[in-house]
Design a protein around this ligand. Structure first.
Ligand code: C2E
Ligand code: MG
Ligand code: MG
Length: 712
């Protein structure tokens, strides 16, 4: 417990120079003061000397009552200094404050910091007293509402209390950015116990990194065209060099004529808010489970690696745990979390100095700075895979997992972070598609191929609507007499940029994503319209049209109905339409396919099995198919082109023809390119030929023309 005698006695004056010791300096100060206010009127100094003595008493009396300085301020107005030719009363205050703040502590020998603190507070009260007296003097003799006046005085008192004792910092500056005044709360924010020497440029108080934004706001405010008030978060630098985050609200003060005269800044300490924000930012950058940096950080680090002078080469491994969902589903989420934690640990060990990040649920990344080329990054990837190979022990069970890794590496001068990230991700998707458990290195050529296919696919979607598809017709010629019996419709795509594309470029893609359904629908309708024209123009012997059918179409339950509808719409007799199907199409869902084919056959549509011979169909299976014709694949016919034909091909073709005939099927040979092939096939009993020898695919009119020529 502190003994009461150790406490300062209430009446004990503040230490400092007193009595006779201050007489001379006070007189001198009073003279300087008088001279400052009204040049050459040092004679008035006697009155000011009285004021100085009164102020001295206020400052040194215990307990300190700053409000006692008010009547002293009021008395300044009564000195007569601002009368007659003298200055305006309000012009007395600024020079008075500067002088007293600067010289009074020395004259009274006030101890720092306590005395300086008192001086500031006392001078504030001094000013309050002066302004109150001034207002009182200028008040009309009979004020209509004395209560309002009282309320205003109360209000001012409140403001002053707020200014002097409130927790909010308040500063006043001029329009040139010089700070003129600071309240105690504000200079305490700087770690000061007394106000700093003022005026000083406002930028002296702001962190250099925030100065530009701060000055901008200041300019905006004083421009007088923008808002009267602006708010900004800035850092202040304390005297002990600590940084304080504050929110500054600057407002423009206008003079009686409405012209901007000063800026008042209300300054709030918001360090807590910023500390919280930085904690949140940290939380947002760290994966909560593994404590590894998350995707955001991973991307930031990668970007930094590409900054000039950081690294010449950068490698990236994108890792995905294979089958993690089944661990989660099978053993529960808690076990899943444990596994991820264990995986993260092993990866960190295996990665050594390289940064490991968790980029997604079961996805991790390893950033390799300055590798000795791609092989180096691959070695890191291999270490990661090896590290995960041994079983994990989760919840008493041994759990084995594998992972897929996409590896990418680049010179920082030749690539950008986004490219590298994408490359690693693409390579990872290849590794996954390949079954997982391995690392795959990004291959730009493979990527370009896929990108091109992807772009093609995107364009294919609107190709039908934009009428970019067209049909070419290739004659199917009877070998016996050279007559055109039919024509195969072959689709082409007039690509807006790439020109005319054959079906090999896009049919596979279209089958992959289902676009073949609308394409096939268009082909069928267009082919039937064409054949209907032939039929109308050439009569009952006109060529039939042979249309290729994709497995997806055959499996589509609406398809048979669509075929009938097209025949009806175009008026084409069913027997003038042949549909080419492949073994593959029937093998998908055989029962559905056979039902569809039976229905079509019953409707009178011709059916042909295309590309026959390259599949695995047995004779017994072939018997079950309700087809009318077989088209022997062109690869067998190729062997018949030479003067001494390939005996195997010849035997196969011969056997196929015999077999087909035995089943009552008509036989067409594809890719007949020469007269020799045509003759041989004819001798082997083949019914029809199709190929370059009879004509490449061409326009519909050309087929009709050929038919007319060969029919005679
Ligand atoms: P495919 O049904 O076997 O069609 C025969 C292919 O052989 C055609 O190729 C044709 O131009 C080509 N060809 C014709 N004569 C000769 C020749 O003497 N020598 C050689 N080497 N080839 C010849 P194209 O037009 O490129 O069509 C390729 C494949 O695209 C077609 O094979 C067919 O499977 C598919 N296709 C074409 N149009 C369509 C269609 O509208 N729908 C569906 N689903 N597939 C189509
Ligand atoms: Mg075909
Ligand atoms: Mg074919």
């Amino acid at each position: 417990m502190v003994a009461s005698r150790d406490l300062p006695c209430p009446s004990e004056p503040l230490p400092g120079r007193s009595g006779a010791g201050i007489a001379e300096p006070i007189v001198a100060l009073a003279e300087r003061w008088a001279d400052l206010l009204v040049e050459g009127h040092a004679g008035l100094s006697g009155r000011l000397e009285v004021l100085l003595r009164r102020l001295s008493t206020v400052l040194r009396t215990e307990p300190f009552r700053p409000v006692a300085a008010r009547p002293v301020g009021a008395a300044l107005l009564d000195t007569g200094l601002a009368e007659g030719d003298g200055p305006l009363p309000e012009d007395l205050i600024p020079p008075t404050l500067s002088l007293l703040r600067r010289d009074l502590p020395g004259v009274l020998d006030l101890p720092t910091p306590q005395g300086a603190d008192r001086l500031v507070t006392a001078l504030d009260e001094f000013v309050a007293g002066f302004t109150a007296a001034l207002r009182e003097r200028s008040r009309p003799a009979a004020h209509p509402d004395a209560r309002l006046e009282c309320a205003m005085a109360d209000c001012e008192l409140h403001y002053r209390t707020l200014y002097l004792q409130g927790p909010v910092g308040i500063g006043i500056g001029d329009l040139d950015g010089q700070v003129l005044e600071m309240n105690p709360a504000l200079y305490r924010m700087f770690g000061l116990l007394a106000p700093p020497e003022l005026p000083r440029p406002v930028t002296d108080f702001v962190h250099p990194d925030d100065a530009v934004g701060f000055i901008e706001s200041y300019h905006r405010l004083r421009a007088d065209t923008g808002p009267d008030s602006v708010g900004i978060d800035v850092r202040l630098v304390r005297v002990d060099e600590l940084v304080v985050w504050v929110h500054v609200t600057g407002s423009l003060i206008r003079d009686a004529a409405g012209k901007p005269s000063h800026v008042i800044a209300v300054v709030q300490d918001v360090s807590d808010r910023h500390r919280l924000r930085s904690r949140l930012e940290q939380a947002a950058s760290q994966d909560r489970l593994t404590r590894l940096p998350n995707r955001v950080v991973s991307e930031q680090m990668l970007r930094q690696a590409f900054l000039p002078g950081v690294a010449h080469r950068v490698g990236l491994c994108a890792l995905d745990v294979d089958g993690f969902t089944s661990v989660n589903d099978g053993l529960g989420h808690q076990a899943g979390d444990q596994l991820l934690l264990a995986v993260a640990g092993r990866l960190q060990m295996a990665a050594g100095p390289h940064l490991v990040t968790r980029t997604g649920g079961d996805e991790f990344g390893v950033l390799v700075l300055e590798p000795d080329g791609l092989d180096d990054v691959c070695r890191v990837a291999d270490r990661l895979l090896t590290a995960l190979a041994a079983p994990f022990h989760i919840g008493g069970q041994a759990v084995t997992v594998s992972a897929s890794i996409g590896v990418a590496e680049a010179a920082t001068a030749e690539a950008c972070p986004e490219e590298l990230m994408r490359a690693a991700d693409v390579a990872l998707s290849w590794a996954k598609a390949h079954g997982g458990g391995e690392r795959v290195v990004f291959d730009p050529e493979r990527d370009a191929g896929e990108a091109a296919r992807f772009a093609l696919l995107a364009g294919l979607r609107g190709a039908v609507d934009r009428s970019e598809l067209q049909l070419a017709f290739q004659p199917l010629v009877r070998l016996r007499d050279g007559r055109v019996r039919g024509a195969e419709a072959l689709v082409r795509w007039q690509h807006p940029e790439q020109g005319l594309l054959g079906p090999g470029r896009f049919i596979g893609l279209a089958e992959h994503n289902g676009m073949i359904i609308p394409i096939g629908r268009w082909v069928l309708a267009e082919a039937c319209r064409t054949a209907a024209v032939w039929w109308t123009e050439l009569g009952p012997g006109s060529p039939y049209v042979s249309v290729n059918v994709s497995p997806l179409q055959l499996a589509d339950p609406d398809w048979v109905r669509e075929v009938s509808a097209v025949l009806e719409e175009t008026g084409l007799p069913a027997e003038k339409l042949q549909l080419e199907i492949t073994e593959q199409a029937v093998l998908g869902d055989e029962a559905v396919a056979l039902d569809a084919l039976d229905a079509l056959r019953a409707a009178g549509v011709r059916l042909a099995l295309d590309d026959f011979g390259i599949g695995y169909s047995s004779l017994a299976w072939l018997r079950r198919l309700p087809v009318h014709a077989l088209k022997i694949d062109g690869s067998f016919i190729d062997g018949l082109r030479h003067p001494s034909p390939d005996p195997v091909d010849q035997s196969i073709v011969h056997a196929l023809i015999e077999m087909a005939h035995a089943l009552g099927l008509e036989v067409t040979a594809e890719w007949v390119e020469t007269a020799v092939q045509s003759d041989r096939l004819s001798r082997l009993g083949c019914d029809l030929g199709q190929g370059r020898w009879f004509g490449d695919p061409g326009p519909a009119t050309w087929v009709a023309e050929l038919w007319r020529r060969t029919i005679r």
